[in-house]
Design a protein around this ligand. Structure first.
Ligand code: NAD
Length: 256
């Protein structure tokens, strides 16, 4: 039987790239996200790689929907072995203008959803003495930048959560790690370029060169493939002792 991976936010950007890589390596996949063509994306990848797939558009703002997402994964695909908490949103604004509802939704989706999903998957992981939790945090879980108070609080929180779950999971062969990318060219970043341009009063080209990649020693967007390769490594049976760690894939940003 194939192992089953649930990847939140896997019908776009980084999550989709991770899903394609896990498909190549024979995992059955629970796709998830708010994209309207989510089912089509799942079916296409399932057919191309001869794997079982399912799709859910559960809203990660709602804890009971997240519990449903985990139980649907088990119901539709026969189990759950790897959980990749990847879905996330961003909003850029100085704190005095930061809308409270945006703050709350970033904390819910980018941090609290990882708690609810990990908690619901835990019962299955513990019983089968195998579980792999991979949290897609960010270099902004390790370093701060201005105008991103909610995102940076959430991403730092996820790294703290990762360490706790690593300790609690150790007796049950459950590992938990965080991946911390620098800038990756996805829809999330495309939108940010526009917001940042407004916040910094710069052109979109200036935002990419002067703001985004300024702190990376390697002046390139991080390839999605590097994140997918790291996730696949962390999901392996042989990765049981790799736990509680944060992997910076940030072009040397956090080396400074
Ligand atoms: P993306 O916008 O391409 O994808 C985000 C996914 O999350 C989408 O599938 C979307 O439908 C889903 N989602 C958003 N809100 C949701 C909700 N309420 N309920 C259910 N699903 C929801 O973004 P991405 O760039 O691929 O980001 C993926 C992860 O990587 C995020 O956690 C992000 O913070 C992190 N990250 C991104 C970058 C980057 O530069 N793109 C850098 C570091 C970390």
């Amino acid at each position: 039987m194939n192992k089953v991976v649930l990847i939140t936010g896997s019908t776009s950007g980084i999550g989709l790239g991770i899903a394609k890589h896990f498909a190549i390596h024979g995992y059955d996949i629970m796709f998830h996200g708010l994209e309207e063509n989510g089912q089509e994306i799942a079916d296409e990848i399932g057919e191309a790689h001869n794997i079982n797939v399912a799709f859910s558009n559960a809203n990660l703002m709602d804890p009971s929907s997240i519990e449903g997402l985990i139980s649907d994964t088990v119901k539709l695909l026969g189990g759950i072995h790897v959980l990749i908490n990847n879905a996330g949103i961003q909003f850029v604004s100085p704190i005095d203008e930061f809308p409270n509802d945006k703050y709350e939704s970033i904390i819910s989706i980018n941090m609290n959803a990882s708690f609810y999903a990990s908690k619901a998957a835990w019962t299955y992981f513990k019983k089968q003495k195998f579980g792999r939790i991979i949290n897609v945090s960010s270099v902004h879980g390790l370093r701060a930048s201005e105008f991103k108070v909610a995102y940076i609080a959430a991403k730092h929180g996820v790294i703290g959560m990762t360490k706790v779950l690593a300790l609690e999971g150790a007796p049950y062969n459950i590992n938990c790690n965080a991946i911390c990318p620098g800038y990756v060219k996805t829809p999330l970043v495309e939108n940010q370029i526009k917001d940042q341009a407004k916040a910094h009063n710069l052109s979109e080209e200036q935002v990419v060169s002067k703001v985004m990649l300024k702190k990376q020693a390697v002046k390139e967007f991080v390839p999605i493939q590097a994140i997918a390769d790291t996730a696949l490594l962390l999901a392996k049976e042989s990765s049981s002792t790799i736990t509680g760690a944060s992997f910076a894939l940030d072009g040397g940003w956090s080396a400074q």
